[in-house]
Structures are given as structure tokens and as C-alpha cells.
Design a binder for this molecule. Structure first.
Ligand code: C2E
Ligand code: MG
Ligand code: MG
Ligand code: MG
Length: 288
């Protein structure tokens, strides 16, 4: 009896799996057309300098408006696009679009673009970036590329060489989601990043967990010592903003400071470029 029950359970499991495999394949088919149909659009989320409250730049975060399903999150469709190699043309497109959008912003405002490990593996990422800069006319100093640790797990020497070539173009690089995955301090030595983005999980837990707060403080201090800047991700509340400022993080990003929005809706930030939230948590100046 137990055996039968077990087999029955297995059959249900198998059916569910088959269904999800089918659903995946369907989504991947839709995704192949999404780019041509204009269903993909980068949104932009601001990040601010925590000392001056000034707008530093926008991170481009891809959105997919599926005709039936509505908004599909990148956490869902980026892995699907990676699985079928579609992330490569899709990523090239995002890069070009982001550089073109950023050309309209004030000269000190950067654009940060997320890169998939697959775009790195392919080998011509340097040429693609150069082309995106040339076509848009965006000065290289205004482009930042965000790379996750999984990119660094691959053929190290090639990644080091590629990052070096990208820096020679005059762009900057950021290590995204730092502290998740395979964080190794030797990465910080082997790869010359300009910036570390401290993962939002630490910022989220900071107020409840002293160990998370300790990690935020230590990473900010370490980065400073190594001559890198830091961005604290996922700031949702004023107390979190205060804590990351006290930790000495250079920049802050999160829903409290601004949610991702379409390029056409960035005016509010572009025209009043200081974050009132950041300014309102300025610690009293000593001696004042
Ligand atoms: P990420 O690069 O770490 O981006 C930060 C994510 O955190 C974004 O999710 C953003 O909307 C979200 N976020 C920002 N502030 C807050 C906050 O205060 N609270 C919370 N709970 N979340 C916040 P999103 O837009 O869903 O993107 C998820 C991930 O998808 C990104 O993580 C990135 O890894 C990937 N992604 C997005 N666009 C692209 C792209 O064009 N290319 C590639 N390769 N990956 C992308
Ligand atoms: Mg990112
Ligand atoms: Mg991140
Ligand atoms: Mg992330």
C-alpha cells in the first residue's frame, strides 16, 4: 500500500514536472519574439551619493510586458533567456538602449548595466561595449557595468584580461550582489573593480541581526581601504539609510530612494537631483 501511494505520488510529481517543462518551453518561445515585438523595456532605478544626497546614476533593470501574463520579473525571464542563449542579443540590445537613454541625462549622471556571465563568456563583449559607446556618443566615464560573482568563477585569466580591456575603454565596473554566492576576498585582489554593491539581504537584516550589520560595516571599510566605492542595495526604510551612511557606504539604492521607472518618467529625479531622504538623515556636522 505504501508502495502504491509512493508510486502515485511519483506520477503526480512527474506530471507536474512535465507541465512545468512545457510552461518553460512556451515562455522561452514567447521570449524569442519579445524583443522584436517591443515587449522588452529597461526601467531605471536611481542611486545616490550618501554624502551629498546627489543623484549619482541609474541602474537599468529589464522589464518584460507579456501580452497575457503582464509584467514578468527578470528574476524569472533572465534565467530562461540564459538557458537558450538569448541573453546575448538581448543583453547587447539593453546595453545600446541604456547608453542612448543616458545621453539625455545631465553629464554627471551615470548608467549602470547588468551583464550576464554568458555575455562575458562569448568573448566579444569589449567590441560590443565599444560599439554601444560609439553609436550613442556616451562618454565612457558615464557607463558602469555590473558583474556578479558567478562571472568570476569562469576562466579566470580571460575574465581578468576582459575586465582590463573594458577599463581601458574608460568605463567603470561594479561587483554586484556582493556577499551572496561564492564571495571570496581574493576576487577583490585579482579583479580591479571600481565598486562593490553590498547585497540587499544584508541591508534587509541589518536592524535585526548584528552579524549582518557587522558585514555591512566591514565590507564598506574594506572597500575604502582598497580604494573602491560601495553601494548599499535595497534600502527601504530611514533607519536602514541611516545605518548604511554610518557604515560609510558611498552610495545608496532602494525603494525608499526611488523605484525602477521607465526612461520617460525620470524627470522628477533629473530635475531635483538630490534625494530629500538622504539629506534628511545627514548627521549633524561636528562643530556646527
Ligand atoms: P540586481 O542587479 O541585483 O538588481 C537589484 C534588484 O533589486 C532589482 O530587481 C530591483 O528592482 C530590486 N530592488 C531595488 N531596490 C529594492 C528594495 O528596496 N527592496 C527590494 N526588495 N528590492 C529592491 P529586478 O528589477 O527584479 O531585477 C532582478 C535581477 O535581474 C537583477 O538583480 C539582475 O541580476 C537581473 N537583471 C535585471 N535586468 C537585467 C539585464 O538587463 N541583464 C541581466 N543580465 N540581468 C538583469
Ligand atoms: Mg545590478
Ligand atoms: Mg544587486
Ligand atoms: Mg540581484
Amino acid at each position: 500500500r505504501a508502495k502504491e501511494g509512493g508510486r502515485g505520488t511519483y506520477r503526480v510529481f512527474e506530471a507536474a514536472m512535465e507541465e512545468s517543462i512545457q510552461a518553460r518551453a512556451l515562455m522561452q518561445n514567447d521570449l524569442r519574439d519579445a524583443l522584436f515585438k517591443g515587449e522588452l523595456e529597461p526601467f531605471y532605478q536611481p542611486f545616490f551619493d550618501l554624502n551629498s544626497g546627489r543623484l549619482s546614476g541609474f541602474e537599468s533593470l529589464l522589464r518584460w510586458r507579456h501580452p497575457q501574463r503582464g509584467m514578468v520579473s527578470p528574476g524569472e525571464f533572465i534565467p530562461l533567456a540564459e538557458e537558450i542563449g538569448l541573453i546575448v542579443p538581448m543583453g547587447d540590445w539593453v546595453l545600446k538602449r541604456a547608453c542612448t537613454d543616458a545621453r539625455d541625462w545631465p553629464a554627471h549622471v551615470k548608467v549602470a548595466v547588468n551583464l550576464s556571465p554568458l555575455q562575458f563568456q562569448r568573448g566579444d563583449i569589449v567590441a560590443v561595449v565599444r560599439e554601444a559607446l560609439q553609436q550613442s556618443g556616451l562618454p565612457p566615464a558615464r557607463l558602469e557595468l555590473e558583474i556578479t560573482e558567478s562571472t568570476l568563477l569562469q576562466d579566470n585569466e580571460r575574465v581578468v584580461a576582459t575586465l582590463g580591456q573594458l577599463r581601458e575603454l574608460g568605463i567603470s565596473t561594479a561587483l554586484d550582489d556582493f556577499g551572496t554566492g561564492y564571495s571570496s576576498l581574493s576576487y577583490l585582489r585579482s579583479f580591479a573593480f571600481d565598486k562593490i554593491k553590498i547585497d540587499q539581504s544584508f541591508v534587509r537584516e541589518m536592524s535585526r541581526r548584528p552579524d549582518s550589520l557587522a558585514i555591512v560595516n566591514s565590507v564598506a571599510a574594506l572597500a575604502r581601504t582598497l580604494g573602491m566605492t560601495t553601494t548599499a542595495e535595497g534600502i527601504e526604510r530611514p533607519d536602514q539609510l541611516r545605518q548604511v551612511r554610518e557604515a560609510g557606504c558611498t552610495q545608496g539604492q532602494g525603494y525608499l530612494l526611488g523605484r525602477p521607472r521607465p526612461a520617460s518618467e525620470l524627470g522628477e529625479w533629473l530635475h531635483s537631483p538630490a534625494s530629500p531622504h538622504v539629506l534628511s538623515t545627514q548627521p549633524p556636522r561636528s562643530g556646527a
